[in-house]
Design a protein around this ligand. Structure first.
Ligand code: 5GP
Length: 124
């Protein structure tokens, strides 16, 4: 399966330090930073540092170390924000858009973490 990764996409430029970002957590393989147009009081984007277009690309081709690091970093963001139900928080939503029908704006895999207000039913 072929994925056409554009190295000029905005998140690639953030990873190269060409564009500033509001980092909340960084590891060897993963960067978490605040969305520039937050839809909720907490709106964090989690991205792998590797060149992956979308979720299925990442899940199919990233190493196990990258995949574990990505999810542990996202979980640490939730823990640091205190939003996880298991920690007494009010909860959160994770979303990942892929391709045309989902209106993926930035073609570098990212997970949105949305929290800080009631989110309503999904797809509303
Ligand atoms: P998508 O629609 O691809 O799932 O979401 C892309 C997200 O990236 C949007 O929520 C948008 O606000 C965010 N975004 C786009 N450009 C930038 C940027 O330069 N910096 C940051 N922090 N977020 C961005």
């Amino acid at each position: 399966m072929a994925y056409d990764y554009d190295p000029q996409n905005i998140f690639a430029r953030i990873l190269r330090g060409e564009i500033p970002n509001d980092t909340v957590l960084e590891t060897e393989h993963t960067l978490a930073f605040r969305d520039i147009r937050p839809q909720t009081p907490h709106h964090v984007l989690v991205i792998p540092k590797g060149a992956y277009v979308c979720f299925d690309h990442f899940a199919a081709e990233a190493s196990a170390e990258e995949i574990v690091d990505f999810h542990r970093t996202a979980a640490k963001v939730c823990a640091d924000l205190g939003i996880g139900p298991g920690e007494g928080g009010n909860g959160y939503r994770t979303v990942s858009n892929a391709g045309l029908d989902a209106v993926q704006e930035v073609p570098h895999y990212h997970m949105h973490i949305l929290a800080g207000r009631p989110l309503g039913p999904m797809l509303s």
